[in-house]
Design a protein around this ligand. Structure first.
Ligand SMILES: [Fe+2]
Length: 310
C-alpha cells in the first residue's frame, strides 16, 4: 500500500471556541473552508461547520485540522492518510479486507464532509479511525495571516504520535498493511517502547508509543520553514500563558528544534523546525534516551500522565 502522507486530522474537543482561539491566535493557523457545501461555491463558512466544528488550514488545502464538539473523552476522531487516486484507494481497501481489517468505501456525502474526491474507512488495532482518501480540495493563493509557513507538500501536514496499548498489532498494521517503514525507536522502560515510522521524507509521520495501558493521542507536530517562526509561536504561547509541556529543545532522532504546548483539549502540539529528511535507503536505528538539548518536561512520567488524561 502506498500512503503519501498525513493529510488531515480531526479532533474531538470539549470546547471548539477555546480551540479556535488557540489554533488561530497561538499556533498561527488560519481558519479554513468548512467542508459540506458544494466545492464549486464560494466559501462563506468562516471556517465553521454547522455543528460548531472549526476547520483550520496551513497551506493550499482547504483545511487540514478540524476540531469537533464532543461531550465524551477528548482525543482523535479520525486520521486522514492520502493515497494517489481511485485505483490506489480501491487496492488499499481490498488489501485491508484481505489482511483481516474491515474496510469500506465512503459515499458521496462522506467525501463531501471531508472535502475530498474519494475515501475509505478502516481502524487501527487501537481503535483509531483511519481514513484513506484522494483528491483533497485545494485553493490557490493561500498566505498565512501571521507569517507562518508550514512545511507540508509531499511530506504531509506533519506527524501524529499515538499511545497504543497493543503495540505489536499496531506496528503490524502500520507497516505490513499501510506500508509505513520504521525510522527509529527507543525504550523508556523494560515494557515501554517509542517507535517512529515514515512514509515519505519526513522522519516520522506516525509515532506509536506503548508507555501505559492507554489508547490516546499524545501530540501533533507542525513544522515551519524557518526557525524564527518557532520562536514567534513560542512568544505567543508564553504571552498567552499556555502550558508549555516541553521547553524548546532538539530531538536526537529527527533533530527537530521544537517545543510542546498543551492545547485546550489536552492534546499536545509540537511546533518545530529543521528536522532531517529520510530516504529509501534509511536503516532503522535503535536509540538511547535523551535529547541533544532542551525539551525539559518531556519525561516518560509526564508522557504517561498525558496519556491517562487525554
Ligand atoms: Fe513529535
Amino acid at each position: 500500500m502506498d500512503i503519501l502522507g498525513l493529510g488531515y486530522v480531526g479532533l474531538d474537543v470539549p470546547d471548539p471556541e477555546a480551540w479556535l482561539a488557540f489554533g488561530r491566535d497561538i499556533l498561527g493557523l488560519d481558519l479554513g473552508r468548512a467542508p459540506g457545501a458544494g466545492a464549486y461555491l464560494p466559501d462563506d463558512s468562516g471556517g465553521r461547520g454547522a455543528d460548531g466544528s472549526a476547520y483550520f488550514r496551513m497551506d493550499e488545502w482547504s483545511w487540514r485540522l478540524a476540531v469537533h464538539p464532543a461531550t465524551g473523552r477528548p482525543g482523535v476522531r479520525y486520521i486522514g492518510l492520502e493515497v494517489a487516486g481511485p485505483r490506489e484507494l480501491a487496492a488499499a481497501l481490498a488489501e485491508l479486507e484481505a489482511g483481516g481489517f474491515p474496510a469500506r468505501a465512503g459515499n458521496a456525502a462522506e467525501c463531501g464532509a471531508r472535502a475530498v474526491t474519494g475515501m475509505g474507512f478502516t481502524q487501527d488495532p487501537s481503535g483509531n479511525a483511519i481514513e484513506l482518501f484522494y483528491g483533497p480540495l485545494v485553493t490557490n493563493g493561500y498566505r498565512n495571516s501571521r507569517g507562518m509557513t508550514f512545511l507540508t507538500g509531499d511530506m504531509g501536514m506533519g506527524h501524529i504520535n499515538l499511545f497504543v496499548s497493543r503495540y505489536e498489532e499496531c506496528a503490524d498494521f502500520y507497516t505490513r498493511m499501510l506500508g509505513f517503514r520504521l525510522t527509529d525507536y527507543y525504550h523508556v522502560g523494560p515494557d515501554q517502547t517509542v517507535n517512529f515510522f515514515h512514509v515519505n521524507a519526513r522522519h516520522h509521520t506516525v509515532g506509536i508509543m506503548k508507555v501505559a495501558d492507554v489508547d490516546a493521542v499524545h501530540h501533533l507536530m507542525f513544522e515551519t520553514t524557518e526557525l524564527d517562526m518557532v520562536g514567534e509561536a513560542l512568544d505567543r504561547v508564553m504571552a498567552a500563558g499556555c502550558k508549555i509541556t516541553a521547553s524548546l529543545g532538539r530531538h536526537s532522532n529527527d533533530r527537530i528544534v521544537s517545543f510542546y504546548v498543551a492545547s485546550p483539549s489536552g492534546v499536545e502540539i509540537e511546533i518545530g523546525w529543521g528536522a532531517i529528511k529520510v530516504g529509501p535507503d534509511w536503516t532503522p536505528r535503535y536509540r538511547g534516551p535523551g535529547d541533544i538539548w532542551g525539551h525539559h518536561g518531556l519525561t516518560a512520567e509526564n508522557i504517561e500522565e498525558t496519556g491517562r488524561r487525554v
